[in-house]
Design a protein around this ligand. Structure first.
Ligand SMILES: NC(=O)c1ncn([C@@H]2O[C@H](COP(=O)(O)O)[C@@H](O)[C@H]2O)c1NC=O
Length: 197
């Protein structure tokens, strides 16, 4: 598979929604994930002027989990206080647009809802913009990425029963330049967030 860069997915396992993030990077491999309460952050550990390589990557509340490849995580999460996921993704991705870096790197985003078998993916690039509300299928992830994925692809996953197991499974996927994975899985009263590297 060609290099996908930042890659994320949403799906259903054992009847419960999940989401994941897979940080793949050629240029900034020295990163770490920090999980704090209801949020996770990607932190770049080398000196750089690039504004796109450290960011809030996950935010959850008792209803939604949001995962993205940039600062738009917080804006989408906040918009969910007054609008549904499809509208929140449309508004925020349209407002923030793609990254003004050397690659015109797209912004990507995923949202899942506790107790729901529907999920949402969004993408804004220089030449494309889409937001989809999707039916989640048992044992499958719907996956999009910054580079070389046309829309989204469907990937089958081995059974997992925790966010940690999900993060470990995701690291086994055949994507290039994998650095960190983050699993987000439904639990009794919210979401579990775990990272693996
Ligand atoms: N979110 C991230 O972790 C992230 N990592 C790298 N980028 C951007 O993508 C460019 C290419 O990075 P790479 O060669 O690692 O795929 C970087 O110069 C940077 O502007 C990112 N921006 C969006 O994906």
């Amino acid at each position: 598979m060609a290099y996908t860069g930042r890659t994320l997915g949403i799906g259903l396992m054992n009847g419960k929604p999940f989401a994941f993030y897979l940080l793949c990077s050629r240029s900034f491999p020295n990163r770490k994930a920090v999980i704090r309460g209801n949020a996770a952050y990607i932190i770049n550990q080398t000196e750089t002027d690039n504004p796109y390589v450290s960011y809030p990557v996950v935010r959850v509340n008792e209803r939604y989990a949001v995962v993205t490849n940039g600062l738009h995580t917080d804006f989408i999460f906040q918009a969910l206080e007054w609008e549904k996921p499809r509208k929140a993704l449309i508004h925020v991705l349209d407002a923030m647009d793609y990254e003004r870096d050397d690659h015109n790197t797209p912004r990507i985003a995923g949202v899942v809802e506790r107790g729901s078998e529907r999920g949402w993916l969004g993408f804004v690039g220089r030449d494309g913009f889409w937001v989809r509300e999707l039916e989640l299928r048992e044992g499958k992830a719907l996956v999009t990425a910054t580079y070389n994925v046309d829309g989204f692809i469907k990937i089958g996953l081995s059974n997992f029963s925790s966010a940690r197991e999900l993060a470990t499974e995701i690291l086994k996927l055949p994507f290039e330049h994998k650095i960190i994975s983050i699993g987000i899985a439904e639990k009794k009263d919210g979401w579990e967030i775990e990272a693996a590297s």
